[in-house]
Design a protein around this ligand. Sequence first.
Ligand code: G3P
Ligand code: MG
Length: 232
Amino acid sequence: MKVFAHRGASGNYPENTQIAIESALSVGVDGIEVDLQSCLDDYVIIHDTWLDRTTSGQGKVNKTPLAEIQRYDAGQGQRVPGLQDMIDWIGNKTLLNLELKHTFSLDKLVATLEHNVQQGLLQREQLIVSSFDHHQLVWLKQHLPWVKIGALTSSIPLNYAEFAQRLHAYSLHLDKNFVNHEFVADAKQRGLEVYAYTVDKKEDILDMRALGVDGIFTNYPCNTKMILANDA
Ligand code: G3P
Ligand code: MG
């Protein structure tokens, strides 16, 4: 079962920041999940649409320029990363799951991802783009056909197989509380990966593995890897 660091190792470090990424990489995670938002003039890696919870700044992310956002403290002296920072830090070391939040101008995202692939800074196989905004995913797949699409939902959608097919999904990302054995078995048989969020407690981690889930998102990747190794 793959272990994705959710917003980096965000249980121990400020979420979506360089130290959270470096910590996750240092414990050998299989992947890192971060949240992508549009700010006024670029992209930033931040979960909320407002700056207030995770930075020393205030106001809406999409109304604030990158240079201003990066002057704020994202915790422990960290700054809010841009998309290129994130790609540079992760390098070719692990899977990168970019979760689109309120992200606009997707043509610019396509151009940035293509450029990074051409420069060898990102391998196509490394990237999964997920979102709760399925319209964005449809658009992205049309314009970047090689991208692996992660369909984010809370529970299992009705007619989920049709839904996954329509999105050309590679993976389904569900709230752990809605995952069940029958669903995982059926999804696997259809060639879909099943990932569960957000899984931090030992019992939940072991339950997800027992259900046959392909990957989990956790805020505590170091602890999670230890639990999985000790309970092999
Ligand atoms: O991608 C899984 C998970 O991150 C989705 O919810 O709110 O933590 O971004 P959220
Ligand atoms: Mg997320």
